[in-house]
Design a protein around this ligand. Structure first.
Ligand code: NAD
Ligand code: UDP
Length: 322
């Protein structure tokens, strides 16, 4: 066995997980991606097959996790992430955040590995303070439609801190704000793939509610850099990683229409229940502790993402559902 550091990335065939695989391979690690492909796609990592420092394990981490050999780091990214995904599979979502996390914490203990979990801005729910700082406890409806995701992630943070405090396990918690970029599923229902696909197909953009709700979109390369720095830091409490450049969903639709040279024609649809009205990360901690801040602005990030969508235009045109 080589003396390279070994990292296990769960959800490695997903959008974020696959970018993390690329980054850790580029940094000289041996990468083990684990995924049950419930929302992921092998196409995201097929360029890595044949690399002797890359392994793919097809497994459901909610059941049992076994990895032979040493492990230095575990990054737990397995979980449905888009609202239409987790509404379709709420129980698997709860299980991967709870049982899956428990299994991986156990594995981290046995291997003496450091574990980083992918938490989310959704732990703040529909926030009453703005922008969101890490000390805010959140405003989550546990029995609402988003509860399966939000509460799984809140439990995930709680059990991770319990392993840290009770067993002295090395842990890191990243609270990820809306992230976009190449390899997002074209039809995952999130606002950016929805708007780009609709504009490419010449359809009206579906704006939920009156479009005054806000989000703050972070380009994937910036997120990966923040996660890499957090993993190697010595800070165990949660850290927000996101781009604080906030925009309303209606203005975002107009921006996408301009980018694509089409007229902005919204079709207004009902606002989903408990849809957060405002979201913007306070990134003071990431700046101070990690020396991190986003570098790619929305104009550049959207241009790169549009290129990816154009490479997959035939699937977009077919309104492809996998
Ligand atoms: P994704 O759906 O593209 O990737 C998730 C991956 O996890 C998929 O490949 C899926 O097949 C896999 N998976 C799900 N359940 C599994 C299980 N039980 N066992 C093994 N594999 C399983 O989503 P993403 O956007 O890449 O999100 C990755 C992580 O980041 C998630 O934990 C998500 O909650 C978190 N996150 C993402 C965002 C974002 O904006 N993309 C924001 C906040 C948090
Ligand atoms: N949204 C929208 N049209 C769509 C998809 C989403 O207006 O076709 C809105 C949604 O109601 C939310 C915002 O865009 O206010 C971001 O939604 P997304 O599903 O991308 O992420 P999340 O709500 O998890 O931040």
């Amino acid at each position: 066995m080589s003396d390279k550091k070994r990292v296990l990335i769960t959800g490695g065939a997903g959008f974020l997980g696959s970018h993390l695989c690329d980054r850790f391979l580029a940094e000289g690690y041996h990468v083990i991606a684990m995924d049950n492909l419930i929302t992921g796609d092998l196409a995201n990592i097929e360029h890595l097959f044949g690399n002797e420092h890359f392994e793919f394990h097809h497994a459901d981490v909610s059941k049992f996790v076994f990895v032979p050999g040493k492990l230095d780091y575990i990054l737990h990214f397995a979980s449905p992430a888009s609202p239409i995904d987790y509404l379709k599979i709420p129980i698997q979502t709860l299980k991967v955040g709870s049982l899956g996390t428990h299994n991986l914490l156990g594995l981290a203990r046995v291997k003496g590995a450091r574990m980083l979990i992918a938490s989310t801005s959704e732990v703040y729910g529909d926030p009453e303070i703005h922008p969101q700082v890490e000390e805010y406890f959140g405003n989550v409806n546990p029995v609402g439609p988003r509860g399966c995701y939000d509460e799984a992630k809140r439990f995930q943070e709680a059990i991770t801190m319990a392993y840290h405090n009770h067993h002295g396990l090395e842990t890191r918690i990243v609270r990820i704000f809306n992230t976009y970029g190449p390899r997002m599923r074209l039809n995952d229902g999130r606002v950016l793939p929805a708007f780009l696909s609709q504009a490419l197909r010449g359809e009206n953009l579906t704006v939920f509610g009156d479009g005054s709700q806000t989000r703050s979109f972070c380009y994937v390369d910036d997120l990966v850099e923040g996660i890499y720095r957090l993993l190697l830091s010595d800070y165990a409490l949660p850290v927000n990683i996101g781009n604080p450049d906030e925009i309303s969903i209606k203005d975002f639709g107009e921006e996408i229409a301009r980018l694509m040279n089409v007229e902005f024609q919204p079709t207004y649809q009902e606002l989903p229940q408990n849809d957060p009205m405002k979201r913007k990360p306070d990134i003071t901690k990431a700046r101070e502790i990690l020396g991190w801040e986003p570098k790619v602005d929305r104009a550049e990030g959207l241009r790169r993402t549009l290129e990816y969508f154009k490479e997959h235009v035939s699937e977009v045109m077919a309104g492809k559902v996998d």
